[in-house]
Design a protein around this ligand. Structure first.
Ligand code: CTP
Ligand code: MG
Length: 244
């Protein structure tokens, strides 16, 4: 039995149904090789090796030809759900799969399949923050660069600055993002009903008027998006001592 938080079980949802268009490889980026293991398998390695995690649901595209080769495809703790048109649809589908077996008060950690460099220490910090947490929490990183807002698109190729946005209160939202199953299902359903394709789970919860807690994480928990991110991820894993 896994370690519960205040009696609530902890589940993981991994949206892995994207096509990786910006990366532009022959396979979706979650199936790219990262030093001998796929990106998605490295994500699952971390969660399945953690004593707090009771099980995972992986949302997969109907066109997925690769999951069957995963090192974890036969693990009974890993279940599949059909992916949707947008990330939020894939998450909602995975939550529906969980609905049959999990309590609405159980915690769900949603983590992008394309973030293989999540550190165990960041995961532990996020889990620790859930004790007595009424809303939920997400890993995030304070913005250190000066941030510019561009002027509304003008005719022609030149983009100009409209204003400089004060960065003191700005954070970049990472994953995992942790919410109670019932709250997250309700939040994603409300966002969908409003026609909003939220790009992270916290956004849906914020639309309910709630304020998720920001937990500062390491900046190396990058989301592989473009080709140059793959060698960067390998470098970060090496730095973390995870490729020896
Ligand atoms: N995702 C998903 N279902 C979708 C779209 C995305 O499960 N319909 C997943 C991706 O597989 C990824 C995560 O959501 O793990 C974050 O999405 P993103 O980085 O945008 O991945 P892709 O959509 O695959 O990439 P792109 O936008 O470049 O096509
Ligand atoms: Mg996408």
């Amino acid at each position: 039995m896994s370690e519960a938080i205040d009696g609530a079980a902890v589940w993981v949802v991994i949206p892995a149904a994207g096509a990786g268009r910006r990366f532009g490889a022959a396979v979706p980026k979650q199936y790219l090789d990262l030093a001998g293991r796929t990106v998605l398998d490295r994500v699952l390695d971390l969660f399945l090796g953690h004593p707090a995690i009771l099980g995972c649901v992986v949302a997969l595209s109907a066109e997925d030809d690769w999951w069957g080769d995963s090192a974890h495809c036969d693990d009974p703790r890993v279940q599949r759900a059909p992916g949707g048109a947008e990330r939020c649809d894939s998450v909602a589908s995975a939550l529906a799969r969980l609905g049959a077996q999990a309590a609405t008060t159980d915690w769900v950690l949603v983590h992008d399949a394309a973030r293989p460099c999540l550190r165990r220490t960041d995961l532990d910090r996020l889990l620790a923050a859930l004790v007595d947490e009424p809303v939920g929490a997400l890993l995030a990183v304070p913005v250190h660069d000066t941030v510019k807002q561009a002027a509304a698109a003008a005719a022609g190729p030149i983009t100009r600055v409209a204003t400089t946005v004060p960065r003191q209160l700005l954070w970049r939202a990472y994953t995992p993002q942790a919410f109670r199953l019932g709250l997250l299902r309700r939040a994603l359903a409300a966002a969908a009903a409003a026609g909003l394709a939220v790009t992270d789970d916290a956004s849906a919860v914020e639309l309910l008027g709630l304020q998720p807690r920001l937990i500062e994480g390491q900046a190396d928990n990058l989301k592989i998006t473009r080709p140059e991110d793959l060698p960067l991820a390998q470098f970060f894993l090496t730095q973390q001592g995870r490729l020896c």
